[in-house]
Design a binder for this molecule. Structure first.
Ligand SMILES: *[C@@H]1O[C@H](CO)[C@@H](O)[C@H](O)[C@H]1NC(C)=O
Length: 249
């Protein structure tokens, strides 16, 4: 089924955030990254502040303390046990098609500042969930299903993934992404089998196809000879191991 999309296909600039319940509240230094448990707290604090609203997390990271605060804390002798500066997170969310930058005080469990950001040029970064959802849309879209049929391809072997729409000097742009689709049938290397001629543009906020063109049909490159995994190479192309064991990490 085309719904299986490897996370590695998603745009490299997507931010991967893991909300893991693992607890670790001790910090070694005020500049240490947020811990998994702090991510969970931040998520809860933000979601409680906007109940029953559609919100998505686009970025969550440490809001670093001011340098002067840090230096003053550092200059105190460790014996006085002066508390470190408060742990804060910078959070960027999309809420009802609006971008908000929040500062969350983690120990006080509250949002201490909220800035509405003018959403020019599609800011903020795309997140994993919206790209995965966008990649699925063509498979419920009649004209795309027809385009695949017209090419004689098995739609269960087609996968689509997100790419930039590019910027051509527009003063204002929407949060859109372009999909390119590939044929994975018979190959582990799907990027060598593009399904060309089809343009799909998705509005990420509406999760809707806003532009669709099927301009030309060209053959999909064949699958034979596209295996690149070292483990599956035959001599003389496979690695000469001379008895050394291969360890995967
Ligand atoms: C299409 O691909 C699916 C998934 O690999 C497979 O189960 C199915 O048999 C294929 N259909 C045809 C007509 O080849």
């Amino acid at each position: 089924m085309a719904s299986i999309l490897a996370p590695s296909l998603l745009l490299l600039f997507s931010i991967f955030i893991t909300f893991s319940p693992t607890s670790c509240l001790t910090h070694h230094h005020p500049l240490d990254s947020l811990t998994p448990s702090e991510f969970t707290h931040v998520k809860t604090i933000v979601e409680k502040s906007y109940p029953a609203q559609t919100l998505s997390f686009q970025y969550v990271g440490l809001d670093e303390p001011e340098k002067s605060t840090l230096l003053s804390w550092q200059s105190k002798p460790t014996t006085t046990k002066s508390p470190p500066p408060p742990r804060r997170a910078l959070v960027v969310i999309r809420l009802n098609k609006q971008t908000l930058e929040l500062i969350v005080d983690i120990s006080a469990r509250s949002i201490i500042s909220t800035i509405k950001v003018d959403n020019q040029h599609g800011y903020p970064l795309l997140n994993d969930e919206e790209q995965s959802a966008a990649s699925e849309l063509p498979f419920k879209y009649g004209p795309f299903i027809q385009s695949i049929k017209k090419r004689g391809l098995n739609i269960s072997e087609v996968v689509c993934t997100t790419f930039s729409v590019g910027w051509f000097g527009e003063a204002k742009t929407k949060r859109t992404t372009k999909l390119n689709c590939f044929y994975k049938e018979g190959s582990v290397n799907l990027y060598v089998r593009p399904v060309e001629g089809i343009t799909v543009v998705i509005d990420l906020d509406d999760q809707k196809i806003v532009e669709y063109k099927d301009r030309f049909v060209v053959p999909v490159p064949k699958a034979e000879g596209t295996e690149y995994q070292a483990a599956n190479q035959k001599p003389p192309f496979g690695p000469k191991l001379n008895g050394a064991p291969v360890v995967s990490v």
